[in-house]
Design a protein around this ligand. Sequence first.
Ligand code: GAL
Length: 736
Amino acid sequence: MTSLDKGKSIYLDLDGAQSYAIVWLNGHLVGGWPYGYARFRLDLTPYMKFDGEDQLAIRLDNPLDSSRWYPGGGIYRNVWLTKVEKVHVAQWGTYVTTEDVSEESAKVNLALQVENKGNSSQQVQVVTEVYVVDSHTGEAGEKVAEFPQATLNLAGAGKQQINQSITIQNPALWGPLPSQTPNMYVAITRISSRNGTMDTYETPFGIRSLTYSGDDGLLVNGEHIRIQGVNQHHDLGAIGAAFNVRAATRQLEILREMGVNAIRTSHNPPAPELLDLTDRMGFLVFDEIFDTWQHNKTANDFHLIFDDWHEPDLRAFIRADRNHPSIFVWSVGNEVAEQQTNETGAAVAEMLRDIVHEEDPTRPVTASMNSAKPYQPFPRVFDVLSLNYQGEGIRDTPAYSQLRGIATPPQYPAFHSAFPGKMLMTSESAAALSTRGTYIFPVANLTSAPVNDTSGGNSTSLQVSDYSLYSADFGASPDKVFSSQDRNPFVAGEFVWSGFDYLGEPTPYYDARSSYFGPIDLAGFPKDRFYLYQARWRSDLKMAHILPHWTWPDRVGKVTPVHVFSSGDEAELFVNGESQGRKTKGEYEYRFRWDEVVYAPGELHVVTYKNGTEWADATVKTAGPAASLRLAADRTSITADGDDLSFITAVVLDAEGNVVPMADNEITFDVSGAGELVATDNGDPADFTAFPSPQRKAFSGLALAIVRGKAGAAGSMTVTASAEGLEAGTVAVMAD
Ligand code: GAL
């Protein structure tokens, strides 16, 4: 900034800095914010020298034991230096709500706050125009409406709010894919004086109606939408917690492929760009702020600052996010200990709920409950009810009943009868565990079993079987959750714990690096469980998926159960052409299983049927020795801005082109030309090779390389993967 900028307001806007940020400018303490996920603004103006030499310093501190998962560290989200005229739209100074929404018309309300940071009073004109957002370019398209022009007389150092409403005819509604379309609008506010435009401020928003019903779950624009959600932590696997738009987009694309329509931001405010993506891509969002209140989960977590900071944090969270149409519920907490502190805990809950109601009266408030019971004071506080695990029951089946810990019978019926008018959903379900492509025998003859060394787990190799039957001690297989949801059709749906594997929390093997919960591994490769969800959530998709793989040189003659996930209702399995019987999916059954199959090398083939006609088939063949590497890029053309990424999958193939399912060859990735390697991974929760390493072992036949273009250096790059004894693979990626 130079002397030409004198007279302007200069702000520092941080989208998140982990954590306990303290900011100095030119040696003056400006301010700070402790919560590492919070967005905050500091006014730098009083300390600016405007001589081109201003020196900003930010100090962060990451105390040990401050988080149950990998929080990342440092400035891991965008930081903005915002330069505006003294009169400008205040921070998060627009709030757009919609009401009386139908396909014919909708009322759009705007609350606009304009701030005058100067000393003298100012008369300004304000006008806000509404444009359709072009879904391809994301830019403002056709203008559809305009709020009345207003004249404001702003006192020096004053702030003023105006409230305006308009009606939009035939609005293009926002709704989640695939049954609806996420149409967006943008309100563009212009502040001007005799001397011209002083500020232009864009507020993207959507028009939709939400109904929360005790009996019918969630209705969006009048249509019942079953919540097919997942929990996502904020890290992006091998590239860590630093937010990256492409990495987050890829996660959402993979989740969409599985049939996901909703995301829970467990358990902290998300990066703003994530909400831009969920708006644009049509996902519903359960937006959550805290994992702890006054009582701690780890020694140095948020409880240390709850009393001082819950209010500024909560108000900032709602103000920052409330214009996003994708958000359908606010959550003020996850599994807080205050569930069990009776009226004291309920009073804290009420205080938080009331703050949210003040900041956004249009959406309901919840907190995720793993232990509160319907007869306790805690659940009464919330507008909608969200349960973790206890809806489907915790340790309530024989396989789990011997385990230590609380046993809870299924709570859906009790909550529904105690609160018949409140929407009930599951904010964490399953906590199922598995390692991609790993199978451990014998296989449990149950639909859900806890993991231990005699049941789906191996505490030496630190792996969990991918038969999709095993779970954490307090959890359940997807099958058990599905059945419980189907028996209680008033439940609005579920958020699976978790969508992707994430860094940290490697239950049940705490010597590993990353979790086992996802149906998708840390590298973004689907596990078998992915297809179990897909079969249920995309019931119109013709799909069939066989597990396990069929390359078992040391299992010849041994019982090797075969399970099939399909959206069909009948299936016939063939082993080397011989039928193993045609099976029908019974009520509350979600997979086909042939548990007596004896392994012989060759071919598994399944044909599935729906309503009596052929639906989908799948084949798995025994692979020969590894012969080559094949590379495939998720995008072969990227932007050369240093941020955009291409995710390249390396597959180990045999001479016939079959994936070699147990291949663990050491692969070396090399990038030549106008790009560079960012990180590698393979989805193995027990692989401690550093993520930036160009050497990465294949795991269950796959490895991943993440590459980017260099900022400002457009051109083509060639990515090569080589491994001893294998034909190398290459792929070209264009960055421009
Ligand atoms: C829940 C908790 C989540 C995660 C999950 C799996 O109790 O809310 O954050 O820890 O268990 O362990």
